[in-house]
Design a protein around this ligand. Sequence first.
Ligand SMILES: [Zn+2]
Length: 138
Amino acid sequence: MLRVRNSPALLAEQRLAIQRLNYIIYFTKEIKKMNTKGNFIPREEYATIRQAIITLLKLRTLSARKISAEVRIPEKEVLYHLAHIREAIRKHERHLVMTPAVCRKCGFTFKKRERLTRPGRCPVCRNEQITEPVYGIP
Ligand SMILES: [Zn+2]
C-alpha cells in the first residue's frame, strides 16, 4: 500500500495518481479473491476505475455505497461513473441493470426512475427511508 503524504509539495494530481495506483493494487487482490471459478481476468479489465466498476458489476450486483467501499472512491463519484458506464457499455450491447429503490414503509417501487441516485422520499407516503438501488451488468 502506497502512502499519500500530506506534503504541500505533492500536487493534487499526484495524490490522485497514488490513490488510483493503490486502488488498482487493492482491486487486483480483491478480483483474485472474488474470482473463485479460476477464470483469468486480464489486467486491462481493471486498469481504470470505470473498467473496475464494470468488472465488479459483471461479477455481482451492488449498491452505489457498496461500489464506493470496494473501489474506495466517494459515492457521488460512483454515480458519476455509473452514468458514463451506462452509456459506454451500450456500444457493446451490454446494459447497466438497476434494481429500483423501494420505500421501506409502503413498498412503493421506483420502477420508472431513470436517475441513478437514491430517491429522497416516497411520492406516496412521504417516507424518507428508501432502499438503495442496486446495479448490475448481466
Ligand atoms: Zn412510501
